[in-house]
Design a protein around this ligand. Structure first.
Ligand code: GUN
Length: 294
């Protein structure tokens, strides 16, 4: 059976283009450009790349962007002061604090300090809670990007058996919430994690597998049913001396052996990654338009 590759890069590019057109219309009518700010702490290679790509995406969408940088030894007080400043800055529509933060900083405390009306990452408990009961809110970018991809490719999710691998606050938990809700996935959802007993059997029964555990090549052919849809959220950097950078991004799915079994599958890179950033742009546009909160 011939599988179809889900092209996240092309889908994200088309969506960013339509956002850019809407921004043009807003500005032509005398409105403001949406403005996203990002706080980046330290010099983690992955975080540097993500934030750089977010700034580039802002340019592509016609948004204003501001990058606030701190060294890894920044204090919690300094970060809280920065969050407070961005909360009060009327020119900033939304902002993110790139995670993970250094160990001496209480991540949850920083997230809670963000004004939920500017929380375009959808990490604040108010947005998480509203999402889980189906109220309008900012939805976490990776799960939103995956939902958008499934819709874009007209992949039926209603009534399907969806297995999610991973239970993180950023991906696994919100993904499970969205896939189970009637207005989004409307699927039967199982969440598996490091202590799940029959993970392999659960996967074998799944119509849709969403892998977000950060373990390279974890999902193998013996775990996947014929005709399944496989979404790979993994982006682990593994050493690769043939690359100029010295590494490559490796997904959670052993692509070469799993793909031939699938009806649809996302590649890494070029699958979920670009959609995550594109969803952040969608949320920023919504923040600029005060779509969810006044
Ligand atoms: N780290 C990994 N994913 C994300 C994300 O979506 N937002 C932020 N702020 N940090 C992340």
């Amino acid at each position: 059976m011939e599988y179809q590759l889900i092209d996240g890069k092309a889908t994200a590019s088309a969506i960013k283009q339509s956002i850019a057109e809407e921004v043009k219309t807003i500005v032509a009518a005398g409105g403001r450009q949406p403005h996203l700010a990002a706080i980046l702490v330290g010099h983690d290679g992955g975080s540097e790349t993500y934030v750089k790509n977010k700034v580039i995406a802002c340019e592509q969408c016609g948004f204003k962007s501001t990058l606030m940088r701190y060294e890894a030894d920044v204090t919690e007080e300094e970060l809280l002061a920065c969050v407070d400043k961005l909360n009060k800055d009327e020119d900033v529509d939304g902002f993110i604090v790139q995670l993970p933060l250094p160990k001496h900083i209480d991540e949850q405390k920083i997230i809670m300090a963000i004004d939920y009306r500017k929380d375009v990452d959808g990490f604040h408990p108010i947005n998480v809670g509203r999402m889980s009961i189906g109220l309008p809110c900012f939805i976490s970018a990776t799960p939103l990007g995956i939902l958008t991809l499934l819709q874009h490719y007209h992949i039926e999710t209603s009534g399907k058996k969806c297995v999610i691998l991973g239970r993180s606050n950023i991906v696994g938990k919100p993904m499970a919430q969205l896939m189970m809700q009637k207005q989004y996935g409307d699927a039967t959802v199982t969440v598996c994690h490091s202590h799940s007993k029959d993970l392999k059997k659960e996967c074998q029964e799944a119509d849709i597998i969403i892998a977000a555990i950060g373990r390279p090549d974890f999902v193998t052919a013996d775990m996947v049913k014929k005709g399944a849809v496989v979404i790979d959220v993994g982006t682990t950097r593994v050493p690769d001396p043939t690359r100029k950078s010295g590494f490559r991004l490796n997904g959670d799915v052993k692509f070469d052996e799993v793909a031939p079994l699938c009806s649809y599958i996302t590649p890494v890179p070029g699958g979920v990654g670009p959609m995550t950033i594109c969803s952040l742009m969608k949320n920023t546009l919504a923040a600029g338009k005060k779509e969810y909160y006044k």
